[in-house]
Ligand binder design. Structure first.
Ligand SMILES: C[S@@+](CC[C@H](N)C(=O)[O-])C[C@H]1O[C@@H](n2cnc3c(N)ncnc32)[C@H](O)[C@@H]1O
Length: 210
């Protein structure tokens, strides 16, 4: 089966309904990531099938949990999960932020080449970034432990907003020692072809809990 057929089948298994043009745009992004990865070392994963499962499908597993109109992805690296989410949901406005200049340059290139009108790229440290308006949701994948994620982005979260952290192992210890936030909900993310566990941890600000 070719990559495009594998992708369609996996999306169906995940219950995600994305039209053919959107699927093609997502694969174009993956191809661009693979191309730039040869020079810029954006990800340790090189094989197309593994990039599909570990990057594209893993990012898209977050789609059912994206509820607001705007989203901040911190430590986005090559644009994961923010860029796939933005391609899948053109009405969603996504800011992808990374302090690494090479990674931000790649993301800017993706915005230009793929004409991603709903993506803003910011090259800054999350602690220093001051958005024009706070975000209803802030996401991260492979960024930091939960308390650090909250500390580094608290100023950018809207009142009543939530943090979404993607984790490979359920972070019992990090939740027990969490500072500045409380667990709101968690979910197991189902990613076809990915043997590793995937967890979503949703947090809310401590002062907003009863
Ligand atoms: C392990 S990579 C993960 C990249 C991407 N989220 C993924 O899942 O493939 C972590 C990224 O966070 C960025 N980063 C680390 N600390 C940061 C900070 N304080 N502010 C902004 N970016 C940061 C790094 O430059 C790196 O690109």
């Amino acid at each position: 089966m070719n990559l495009s057929a594998q992708f369609s089948q996996a999306l169906a298994e995940m219950g995600l309904n994305l039209d053919a043009a959107t699927q093609a745009r997502l694969l174009d992004y993956l191809a661009l990531l693979a191309k730039w990865n040869q020079t810029y070392n954006l990800t340790a994963i090189h094989e197309p099938e593994r990039m599909l499962t570990h990057h594209l499908l893993d990012s898209l597993a977050l789609l059912p949990y994206v509820t607001g109109e705007r989203l901040l992805d911190v430590g986005s690296g090559g644009g994961l999960p923010g860029i796939p989410l933005a391609i899948a949901r053109p009405e969603l406005r996504v800011t992808v932020l990374d302090s690494n200049h090479k990674k931000a340059a790649f993301m800017q290139q993706a915005v230009i080449e793929l004409k991603l009108a709903n993506v803003e790229v910011v090259c800054d440290r999350s602690e220093a970034y001051r958005p024009g308006a706070p975000y209803p949701q802030i996401v991260c994948r492979a960024f930091s432990d939960l308390s650090e994620f909250v500390r580094a982005t608290r100023h950018a979260l809207a009142k009543g907003g939530e943090w979404l952290a993607m984790k490979g192992v359920y972070p019992n210890e990090e939740i027990a020692q969490l500072k500045g936030a409380r667990l709101k909900r968690d979910a197991v993310l189902k990613v076809p072809g990915l043997a590793a566990e995937r967890h979503l941890i949703v947090l809310q600000a401590e002062e907003e809990t009863a």
